[in-house]
Design a binder for this molecule. Structure first.
Ligand SMILES: [Zn+2]
Length: 430
């Protein structure tokens, strides 16, 4: 069949607060009624999963809320591990690899699963055609959105902490439609989010939406679509390092769709999530089974963020408490959150490279370390079907094999910059 003839999905949105169903007309991010904080979710007409003959990530478009196909995407790849599995005594370890690894068919040129989100979000129907999308990021998300928007000429403003600017490397120079602004050294992701909120007060700008954007979550959910379609069954365990935990919510939602499909099992994968010590707000709350995160001072959070290797995981405001968020995902799947030190992650990263033969980033190393830790538990079932989500790998290799260019910020804002001054600068960028 000609790829162009594949039809794109039919879907509606559902508020998880009141189960109201509605059409996706205006870049919806919330329940149309002013209910308690809750996620909205996409409901696809096609309940049966089907791989489409479309390029890159769009092979999974049956469960993506999109109305077009963009150029240059790649999909997550799942394979059965031999060497790491053997080392850990596991008989059914499946690695879902997001990144650059040509021998495995993995072609993400930003080497991160954030590409899954970006190619989904930017293909979602939007009435905001002439407006500028705003994305706040700790690094990988910015790199992915910048690539997709640059190559497809979609106006984009990126807000990022200055300390994370080195994450913005690209194979090609960015198109003029993408602009980057930063919050000064010592600031963190939360400060970048704050800056992005100010941008969105300007009429010409609109928020991408983060975890609230169904296209972002369903884009990340393609990791599970890749795993389940390769394995032929819903895994028993799902391992991932988390910052916001949006990927884990997405994994749970994809799992629910497969249960509705019915051909891949009817169980929920146990989410085994991990954070980088000492930045572990989700672990601290979940260990007490608290729906609310415990408060921590801004200064302490910035200090903790500065210590951890996996900077992309330092998220102070994860979508944890709201209906349909991470607390619900962990509750329904009887999940766990582990805490991993820099040292454990570095060892895990070396082990992965030695045994599986690919470099991985510091966040993925946290996930590998959590798998090692979990398999050392006495009662762990070594024959369980395990999905290990390697959220970012092959960046080192990609950068060795390709010349890359670092993008610069157009403007760096001090934390005490006046709001009106910020708006003035941003207005003049585009
Ligand atoms: Zn509602």
């Amino acid at each position: 069949m000609n790829a162009k003839q594949e039809k794109l999905p039919n879907y509606q949105l559902e508020s998880l607060c009141c189960h109201h169903h509605f059409e996706d007309k205006k870049w919806e991010l919330n329940c149309p009624f002013s209910h308690e904080p809750a996620l909205i979710r996409s409901c696809y007409t096609d309940k049966l999963f089907e791989i489409k003959e479309l390029p890159g990530i769009y092979r999974f478009s049956c469960w993506l809320p999109i109305n077009k196909i963009l150029e240059g995407s790649a999909a997550p790849v799942t394979y059965k591990s031999e060497h790491l599995a053997k080392k850990l005594g596991l008989s059914n370890l499946h690695i879902t690899f997001n990144g650059y690894w040509p021998e495995k068919g993995a072609w993400m040129k930003t080497a991160s699963f954030k590409e899954c989100e970006a190619y989904s979000v930017c293909a979602r129907n939007t009435p905001n055609r002439n407006k500028i999308m705003v994305v706040a990021s700790a690094g990988n998300t910015a790199r992915a959105f910048a690539k997709v928007c640059s190559e497809n000429k979609i106006p984009l403003l990126i807000c990022i902490p200055e300390d994370n600017l080195d994450a913005l490397w690209f194979e090609k120079e960015l198109d003029d439609c993408v602009k980057i602004v930063a919050t000064e050294k010592g600031s963190d992701y939360f400060d970048a989010i704050h800056l992005s909120n100010i941008a969105c007060e300007i009429d010409r700008f609109f928020p991408e939406g983060g975890a609230k954007n169904v296209a972002r979550r369903d884009g990340m959910g393609t990791t599970v679509l890749s795993a389940v379609s390769t394995i032929g069954a819903i895994p028993d365990f799902y391992f991932q390092a988390i910052g916001s935990g949006t990927g884990a919510i997405a994994a749970w939602e994809a799992n629910l769709r497969f249960i509705e499909d019915g051909r891949f099992g009817n169980h929920k994968m146990k989410l085994i999530l991990s954070q980088n010590e000492p930045f572990t707000p989700i672990k601290l709350a979940w260990d007490k089974k608290s729906r609310d995160l415990f408060s921590i001072s801004d200064d302490q959070a910035r200090k903790d963020a500065a210590i951890i290797d996996a900077k992309v995981l330092a998220n102070r405001k994860p979508p944890y408490s709201l209906v349909g968020g991470l607390f619900d995902a962990l509750s329904e799947t009887e999940g766990e959150v582990l805490s991993i030190t820099n040292k454990e992650a570095r060892m895990a990263s070396n082990l992965f490279k030695e045994l599986e033969k690919s470099d991985i980033d510091s966040a993925a190393a946290i996930a590998v370390a959590s798998l090692i830790k979990k398999t050392q538990e006495k009662n762990f079932d070594k024959n369980a079907v395990i999905m290990l989500n390697i959220t970012s790998g092959g960046a080192e290799r990609f950068r060795q094999e390709h010349k890359t260019i670092n993008a610069m910020a157009e403007h760096i804002f001090r934390l005490n910059t006046d709001k009106e001054e910020i708006k003035k600068v941003l207005n003049n960028l585009f």
